[in-house]
Design a protein around this ligand. Structure first.
Ligand code: FES
Ligand code: FES
Length: 165
């Protein structure tokens, strides 16, 4: 099977790789880029654990072929902090205990980030709509909503402002 050349900017770094036409973006990120923070929870586009930003929009990376994003910009959960400084969304999850087992958390963080990029001041209904494509098997939805609300008040889609809850 012939490989296809792709150039993709991943977390701000330009990459050039050769991939099979069938390779899903989530598997490219995990297996080729070594970015295992993007999880695979279902492989059937239900759970949202694989959510990343593609050119600034959230996508479930298990639904996207790598060859289709040639020339695009991808941000994974590994790319939302800077120089050891957590993003506001990550700080929100920490401050408000927005995780239990943590399996859904990378996808939740990316969906929350996508929401805050579009709507810096969401109410609870907007937050719930923003994460409706993400399932938490631990059912910790209330604290996840609180985490996103906290993030909106302490840095939004940017780095966290380090305030305590
Ligand atoms: S692994 Fe992509 S939605 Fe579940
Ligand atoms: S914290 Fe366990 S799946 Fe969400």
């Amino acid at each position: 099977m012939s490989d296809h050349k792709v150039s993709i900017r991943v977390n701000g770094r330009e990459r050039a790789d050769e991939v099979e036409a069938r390779l899903l973006l989530v598997h490219y990120l995990r297996q080729v880029c070594g970015l295992t923070g993007t999880h695979v929870g279902c492989d059937t586009s239900n759970c949202g654990a694989c959510t990343v930003l593609l050119d600034g929009q959230t996508v479930k990376s298990c639904t996207v072929l790598t060859v289709a994003v040639d020339g695009s910009d991808v941000v994974t959960v590994e790319g939302v902090s800077a120089d050891g400084e957590l993003s506001a969304v990550q700080q929100g999850f920490q401050a408000c205990h927005g995780l239990q087992c943590g399996f859904c958390t990378p996808g939740m963080v990316m969906s929350a980030l996508g929401l805050l990029l579009e709507n810096p001041d969401p109410d609870d209904a907007a937050i719930r709509a923003g994460i409706e494509g993400n399932l938490c098997r631990c059912t910790g939805y209330q604290t996840i909503v609180e985490s996103v609300r906290w993030a909106a008040a302490h840095g939004g889609a940017g780095l966290g402002q380090g305030a305590s809850r």
